[in-house]
Design a protein around this ligand. Sequence first.
Ligand code: SME
Length: 162
Amino acid sequence: MESRKKAARYERITQQLKGLLTKTADPVARMATVAAVLGHKFDYYFWCGFYRLMEDKLIVGPYQGPVACQVLEGRGVCLEAVKQKSTIVVPNVHEFPGHIACDSRSNSEIVVPVFDNNGGILAVLDVDSKEFGAFDETDARHLEKISGLIYQHLEISNDQKD
Ligand code: SME
């Protein structure tokens, strides 16, 4: 996807999410909303969702796409992002030592940490693609902003109409 078009789409989605995420500060509700919105906006997304950090394991959270691994432990791209405390872009998952293949159709992946307000990691946002090299700096920059919304203080609206 052309980089300017991709950036513009992420910007629109981020604005939309900022509105949607004012209903509750509950992180699981927010993760579910982010996964539902992101999951339908990009043709090259095959799976997208969250894994929550529980001690030294990652347990699956809200997601969109085929059934995924429920528990990640010991290795994998997601745990590596937790260890490094930074985003990891993997152009070819078959070349990443320790990659965990929840679905053999995935060929590239991006994993973005979800930080709390004290800089601790509580979860990761993971997106997989059937395409090789689907994710770049534009995805990284925007998905980092979006993952930052999960624990961000947003004015909560009690309006039940929408
Ligand atoms: N590939 C990930 C596992 C999660 S799935 O891609 C949904 C990993 O290596 O940690």
